[in-house]
Ligand binder design. Structure first.
Ligand code: TA6
Length: 324
C-alpha cells in the first residue's frame, strides 16, 4: 500500500506501489513540491521557499498552479499569477490503480479568501497520477456560478530540475511561433534544440486543435535534456501554450538563493494568451504528462556541444548587432 505521512498535515506524501517513485504535494496552492524516481529529484524547489499556509506568498518551485490569470493580463489588481498558487487546498483522497499507479485528488473551491481577489464562484480539482516513470496532472476548472461566464488563464508552472543549465536543451519547438516576453516581439523558432543558456521568457503557441477530441493537443513530443543520461518527455491536452522561462541571473528573488537559476528551467503548459471561457455550470480542463526516459550514454556530448555552439552563435550575433 502507498504510504501517506501525516506528521505535517499540510504535506501529502504519495509513494508508488513499486516504491521506486514518490510525490509530495503541499496543500499550499496544491503545489507538487517533489517528484522523485529512484530517489532522483526531478523538480526544483527553492530551499528558502515559503511553504507556510495562510499567506499570499506562493511556493517558489515545484509545480505551482497559475489561476485565474497569467501576468496581470486579465485583472490589474489581482496578484500577478492569480491566487490559486497560495490558497489552501484540500486533499480529497487517493487510490491505487491495478498497475500500482497512485491517483490523488486535491480541491479548491471559491471561498472567503478567493472572493477577496475575485468575485466569482468556481471549483478546481487537481488530479494527480503518479506512475512508476511518469507524472500526470489534470486541472478541472468548473464555473459554479449560476449566471456569469468566466474567462480564465490556467497553467502548470513546472520548475524542472536541471544539473547543468548551460547544456540544457528543449526539443520539439522547431518552426513554432512564440511571443518573446523580454523583447515584446513575435518570432518563429527555427532551432532543432532550444538552448536555455541565457535569460529566456517565451510563450510558444505549439498546439493544434484536434477535431475528433475537440481539444488542443501537442502535435509532436517535446523533450527536456541537460546532457545527462535521461530526458523528460512532455505531452499535454487542452493546452495551447508552452511557456519557457529561466532568469539566468538577471532577476533576483527574495525566496530563492542568488545562484539557483542554474538549477531549473520552467517548462509550463496551459492557456495564457487567450482566455478559457467557461459558461455557468460548465467545466474545462488542462492536462500534462511528463515521462522520464533513460537515454544511451552518448547524447550528453551531443547535447552539451550543440548547446554551447548555439550559445556561441547567439553571442556572436549579439556582438555584431552591438557593433553595427
Ligand atoms: O511563467 C514565466 C513568468 O511569468 C516569468 O515572466 C517570471 O516572472 C516567472 O513567471 C516567475 O513569476 P513569479 O510571480 O513566480 O515570480
Amino acid at each position: 500500500m502507498p504510504v501517506i505521512e501525516v506528521d505535517d498535515p499540510s504535506q501529502i506524501h504519495l509513494v508508488h506501489a513499486s516504491e521506486k517513485s514518490s510525490l509530495t504535494v503541499s496543500l499550499k496552492g496544491g503545489t507538487i513540491t517533489s517528484w522523485k524516481i529512484f530517489n532522483n529529484e526531478l523538480l526544483y524547489l527553492s530551499p528558502t521557499a515559503n511553504t507556510e499556509l495562510d499567506n499570499d506568498t506562493p511556493i517558489r518551485g515545484g509545480i505551482p498552479i497559475v489561476f485565474p490569470q497569467f501576468n496581470n493580463t486579465l485583472h490589474a489588481d489581482m496578484p500577478k499569477h492569480g491566487f490559486a498558487r497560495f490558497c489552501t487546498w484540500s486533499f480529497a483522497g487517493q487510490e491505487k490503480t491495478e498497475e500500482g499507479d497512485i491517483e490523488a485528488l486535491f480541491m479548491l473551491k471559491s471561498n472567503e479568501t478567493t472572493k477577496k481577489y475575485w468575485d466569482q464562484d468556481f471549483s478546481l480539482i487537481l488530479q494527480v497520477t503518479l506512475g512508476f516513470s511518469y507524472l500526470q496532472t489534470s486541472l478541472i476548472i468548473q464555473n459554479t456560478d449560476e449566471e456569469k461566464t468566466m474567462g480564465v488563464h490556467a497553467l502548470f508552472h513546472n520548475y524542472m530540475m536541471t544539473e547543468n543549465i548551460d547544456s540544457t536543451v528543449i526539443s520539439g519547438l522547431r518552426n513554432i511561433n512564440y511571443t518573446d516576453s523580454l523583447t515584446k516581439t513575435y518570432q518563429t523558432d527555427r532551432s532543432i534544440l532550444v538552448p536555455i543558456a541565457h535569460h529566456i521568457d517565451r510563450i510558444y503557441r505549439r498546439h493544434v486543435y484536434d477535431e475528433e477530441l475537440k481539444r488542443y493537443r501537442s502535435e509532436e513530443q517535446m523533450t527536456l535534456g541537460d546532457g545527462g543520461n535521461a530526458e523528460i518527455v512532455f505531452k499535454s491536452l487542452g493546452c495551447r501554450d508552452v511557456v519557457i522561462w529561466n532568469p539566468y541571473g538577471k532577476v533576483e528573488f527574495k525566496d530563492m538563493p542568488q545562484d539557483d537559476w542554474k538549477k531549473f528551467v520552467c517548462v509550463e503548459f496551459g492557456n495564457v494568451m487567450e482566455k478559457m471561457n467557461i459558461a455557468p455550470g460548465e467545466s474545462q480542463s488542462i492536462s500534462q504528462r511528463m515521462v522520464l526516459k533513460l537515454l544511451a550514454a552518448q547524447p550528453r556530448a551531443i547535447n552539451a556541444s550543440y548547446a554551447q555552439q548555439a550559445v556561441a552563435l547567439m553571442k556572436e550575433e549579439a556582438n555584431k548587432k552591438e557593433q553595427e
